[in-house]
Design a protein around this ligand. Structure first.
Ligand SMILES: Nc1ncnc2c1ncn2[C@@H]1O[C@H](COP(=O)(O)OP(=O)(O)O)[C@@H](O)[C@H]1O
Ligand SMILES: [Mg+2]
Length: 593
């Protein structure tokens, strides 16, 4: 008996939906991109229960006539391309004609749409449609699980789509959805990305009735960045623009003093489409080479405009990835743009080169290669310098040591030699202090500081406000993406607040969003398997001695003592060694004695 059969249309659509509709945020992305293609100047997104119960996207774009509205739900139905030539010259966000059919297959959907009179195509300037403009030929269509339930006439210009009970008929997929909090972060990120590249459109995002983003139409990328991130954030970026026959680039690169422990704030847009591309990111990171430490990452917002004939957007169902015809030209253009803006502003060049030679015993103050300056603020005053005498004191109060380079020192002991990574050691000590809630005196700031945060980071800080408080960070919500920092743990007193808060948020967020190693180190040696641990590790990193600061003998002694008292003295929070001891016996063996 024959074993092969052709799947029914409803199942085909559910399978197709699996590619396009992963979670509520993907529905929002597709609907917003349709609104953008329809030439909208205002897009409002509403969600209830993280989009699991309701997603509503309303626009004032071109709208559809009844006949088109009915066709729009068919698979491969699109107004954006006609033939193969068009496929290789994509100027719209959508083109595959599968979003509406896919979403309709796995939800209860309602579409209300009507044409808005004279409307220009995407990218062209047009008069905003007026919502109450009358037109008799629109339609209101209800479609459940891909089955049309009701068709009525509609006359309100523009398009409103409601998606209820996502995955109600595919419970297996529904099970894969994360908590409301996590899905909300994805939604905020999605709307933020679209808003970043379409600054001329006004966006509103409301979640369960409250405003999360309200961005009036802006006149430039700069203005949009300002609306989302605030002035202080923008001050940490360098703006750059280049235009030539190959491509136009508008970019914002962080100053070499404004870095993060993760790559969350690296955004790439190609022809207004948020995408990921390893080689472009590499080109930017390469431009910072020699100016930033290896474990630090710049922030960037890169908007490339390139002839659509030279890019293949049809690589991934959600169009997240693309293929450049000439990858190396893109690499060089991006690298050159980044380099040209970074080098004149490179403060590190003004730092006189410090000889990289090891400091003799009792090293003091500054040393290292001098290639970069990780933090603008000085080294926090460290209570370790006055470490409690009750800790078993094996090492002398001031230990002779040899600075080996990087963050490594060699300390001779009674029975051999210890090689210590003082940054890793300090991280371990501070990490345990944070986790145990010990010895972290919280000191009120003389002037409470305002920190402007972007959507999902702001939210995750508010959501974890009590945990942060437990770590000695007294915070208050000031509304509109602004957090007031009232007090900080003593050891973080001089940290750069903007980068500290953003790193703390991303430690919490990253775990939620991706389940990845929240340290951003990409080092899965020790899974920091709770948000509390992830946060403690990030704060510990911010409060620990950096590469360019060679501690003195007293401080080295304090570190050794405190490390001895730690639960896991041998490893930093990410699992890397803090010290390696070579015993006298081993040394003797090496010398064949
Ligand atoms: N908000 C909207 N305003 C106007 N037309 C829309 C809107 N959303 C969808 N459409 C129409 O429905 C068609 C199908 O949409 P979709 O399934 O997302 O495919 P695609 O965007 O790839 O063409 C679009 O090509 C467009 O003509
Ligand atoms: Mg589409």
């Amino acid at each position: 008996m024959a074993k092969i059969h052709v799947l029914p249309v409803s199942l085909r659509n559910k399978i197709a939906a699996g590619e396009v509709v992963e979670r509520p945020a993907s529905v929002i992305k597709e609907l917003m991109e349709n609104s953008i293609d329809a030439g909208s100047t205002r897009i409002a997104v509403d969600t209830a229960h993280a989009g699991k119960r309701l997603i509503k996207v309303a626009d004032n774009g071109a709208g559809m006539e009844k006949e088109d509205a009915l066709l729009a739900f068919e698979r491969y139905a699109t107004s954006k391309i006609r033939d193969e030539n068009d496929l290789f010259c994509i100027r719209t966000m959508g083109f595959r004609g599968e979003a509406l059919s896919s979403i309709a297959a796995v939800s209860k959907m309602k579409l209300a749409t009507a044409p808005a009179g004279e409307v220009a195509g995407p990218g062209e300037s047009r008069q905003p449609a007026i919502n109450d403009q009358r037109s008799a030929i629109g339609a209101c269509i209800e479609i459940y699980g891909g089955e049309i339930k009701e068709i009525k006439d509609c006359s309100a210009a523009g398009t409103t789509i409601e998606v209820k009970d996502l995955f109600y008929n595919t419970p297996a997929r529904r099970k894969f959805l994360k908590s409301d909090t996590t899905e909300n972060y994805h939604i905020i990120d999605t709307v933020t990305r679209e808003a970043l590249s379409h600054y001329h459109i006004g966006f509103v995002l409301r979640m369960d009735g409250s405003d999360v983003l309200r961005l009036p139409a802006a006149s430039s990328h700069r203005e949009r960045l300002l609306q989302i991130y605030g002035k202080e954030f923008l001050d940490g970026l360098l703006e750059s623009e280049s235009r030539d026959a190959r491509m136009n680039i508008k970019a914002f690169f962080s100053k070499t003093t404004n870095l993060r422990n993760n790559k969350n704030s690296q955004f790439l847009f190609v022809n207004n489409r948020p995408v990921k591309d390893q080689s472009v990111s590499y080109a930017v990171n390469k431009a910072y080479e020699g100016m930033v430490p290896g474990d630090k990452h710049p922030l960037f917002f890169l908007f490339l405009e390139i002839d659509p004939v030279k890019v293949d957007f049809n690589v991934h169902p959600t169009k997240r990835e693309i293929r450049f015809e000439d990858k190396s030209t893109v690499f060089h253009c991006v690298h050159r743009t980044a380099r040209s803006v970074l080098v004149p502003h490179d403060e590190a060049r003004d730092v006189p080169p410090v000889p990289g030679t090891p400091v003799s015993a009792h090293g003091t103050g500054q040393a290292g290669t001098g290639a970069y300056q990780p933090f603008s603020g000085g080294l926090p005053q460290d209570p370790l310098q006055t470490v409690s005498e009750t800790v078993a004191a094996f090492y002398e109060e001031s230990t002779p040591f040899i600075y080996l380079g990087d963050t490594l020192v060699a300390i001779p002991g009674r029975d051999g030699i210890t090689i210590m990574d003082y940054h890793a050691a300090h991280e371990r000590i501070n990490y345990e202090r944070f986790l145990k809630g010990l010895e972290i005196p919280s000191c009120p700031l003389l002037f409470p500081q305002q920190v402007k945060m972007q959507g999902s980071e702001y939210r995750v800080v508010l959501d974890n406000h009590e945990m942060l408080n437990g770590f000695g960070m007294e915070l208050e919500d000031f509304g509109h993406g602004t957090i007031i920092v009232r007090s900080l743990p003593e050891i973080l007193r001089d940290a750069d607040l903007q980068s500290l808060m953003s790193d703390a948020a991303s430690a919490l967020l990253r775990r939620d969003l991706t389940g990845e190693d929240p340290t951003g180190s990409g080092n899965p040696l020790e899974p920091l398997n709770s948000p509390k641990k992830a946060l403690a590790a990030r704060l510990a990193c911010h409060s620990s001695i950096r590469g360019k600061e060679v501690p003195d003998g007293t401080r080295i002694a304090g570190l050794m003592k405190a490390l001895d008292a730690a639960d896991d003295p041998g490893h930093c929070p990410h699992g890397r060694p803090t010290r390696i001891v070579i015993s006298m016996n081993e040394l003797k063996k090496m010398f064949r004695k």
